[in-house]
Design a protein around this ligand. Structure first.
Ligand code: SF4
Ligand code: FES
Length: 377
């Protein structure tokens, strides 16, 4: 175990990306461009072992995610297994397709919480963004059934140029859905969102107006709904503490079993990610070189190394540093102390100023290899 690992607490959360398959095709999907095929997915017994190892490692929350996790035939069995282990289970779902069929059984299996994605407040726009006709009213019906089952509901909306004008309506819709929480999450530009960045980037004025609107709604709806806000990195002065710090709080397991510190970590070419097929989760957490690469603060260059915020934001996001600075160990350009900060903001202003944004490039399995070539510089 390295010095950084010795100073690290046990993880509290596991994001289980059970599959990359999904009925929706959102252009900001955080899945990688090279989506795992069904034939590469872990089997039921391996996922159960992973959950048992997670519980033994101290994990409290399991996020059953994807793609759309309910396309797995064994989702009810896996949820029941997590419940038996005493893990708090959160289903991150599109709410359409198999999710509709399996909701009752998932509730019976002990599912604790549902996080439902919506693409916009109004059907036509929502369905254009998600790439599936007829999805929006089905999501509303799904939400109604979640509440009827007595499960707490969180509504998640990824915000971008195509729906930023609907932020107020999205919040009102979440209230009408009786959600306990709504996440207004400005797009993070990794995976498919990076490919679609020039179609998704809002203007600074739009971003500022959306933040003001959320602040007003928080006052107006206090005690009724919790509103979480993920700020738009490209117009911020400080970066987010991505995943609560690299290898500090959570781990992700991909459909084929690679264990990552964050969902975009595989974009960092110099890192090798161990698999649950060859290593226990504890082994990966404490000993894998990839988890130790950016743990703690010893790896930091200036200006982070001598910054008073270095244990607050942990230097921001390694994947964003790689994407924009070409170096995963650089200070996140979202930070105003980064030499690339002005360039990052100029890029956002230039991309958002086009009168007509380019059309979405929808995610699809098998299209990643071509589209990786098309990423904006
Ligand atoms: Fe965070 Fe580094 Fe910026 Fe300081 S210099 S605020 S640690 S990113
Ligand atoms: Fe990888 Fe932020 S997404 S560190």
């Amino acid at each position: 175990m390295t010095g950084a690992a010795r100073a690290t607490p046990n993880p509290i959360g596991l994001l289980a990306e059970l599959t990359h398959r999904c009925p929706l095709r959102c252009p900001y999907c955080s899945n990688p461009l090279d989506l795992d095929r069904r034939s590469h997915e872990l089997d039921t017994a391996t996922w159960k072992r992973v959950f048992s190892e997670a519980a033994a490692l101290g994990v409290l929350h399991v996020h059953l995610s994807g793609g759309e996790p309910t396309v797995r035939q064994d989702i009810v069995e896996l949820t029941a297994h997590c419940a038996q282990l005493g893990l708090y289970t959160n289903l991150i779902t599109s709410g359409v397709g198999p999710a509709e069929e399996r909701l009752d059984a998932l509730s019976d299996a002990g599912l604790d919480h549902v996080q439902l994605s919506i693409q916009a407040a109004h059907s036509a726009n929502a369905e254009q963004i998600g790439g599936l006709a007829g999805a929006h009213p089905r999501k509303l019906d799904f939400a109604r059934r979640v509440v009827e089952h007595g499960m707490p509901l969180t509504v998640n909306a990824v915000i971008h140029r195509g729906n930023i004008a609907e932020v107020g309506d999205i919040i009102d819709l979440a209230v009408a859905m009786q959600a306990k929480r709504v996440e207004i999450a400005h797009t993070q530009y990794y995976g498919w969102a990076q490919v679609n960045r020039s179609a998704l980037m809002p203007t600074r004025e739009q971003a500022d107006a959306s933040i003001a609107l959320v602040e007003g709604a928080r006052q107006r709806l206090k005690g009724q709904i919790v509103i979480d806000l993920v700020l738009p990195d490209y117009y911020s002065n400080y970066p987010k503490p991505c995943t609560g710090g690299w290898g500090r709080r959570t781990l992700n397991v991909t459909p084929s079993g690679r264990v990552l510190p964050c969902h975009a970590a595989e974009t960092i070419p110099e890192l090798v990610f161990w698999s649950v097929s060859e290593h226990s989760l504890a082994d990966v957490w404490w000993s894998s070189p990839a988890f130790n690469a950016f743990r703690g603060t010893d790896w930091m260059p200036e200006p982070c190394r001598s910054c008073e915020r270095k244990e607050r934001d942990w230097g921001g996001c390694r994947c964003q540093a790689l994407a924009l600075a070409g170096d995963a160990a650089a200070t996140d350009p979202a930070c105003h102390k980064s030499p690339l900060h002005d360039r990052m903001q100029a890029l956002a202003i230039s991309e958002s100023s086009a009168a007509e944004p380019p059309p979405y490039r929808y995610r699809s399995i098998g299209a990643g290899a071509d589209r990786r070539q098309e990423q904006p510089a």
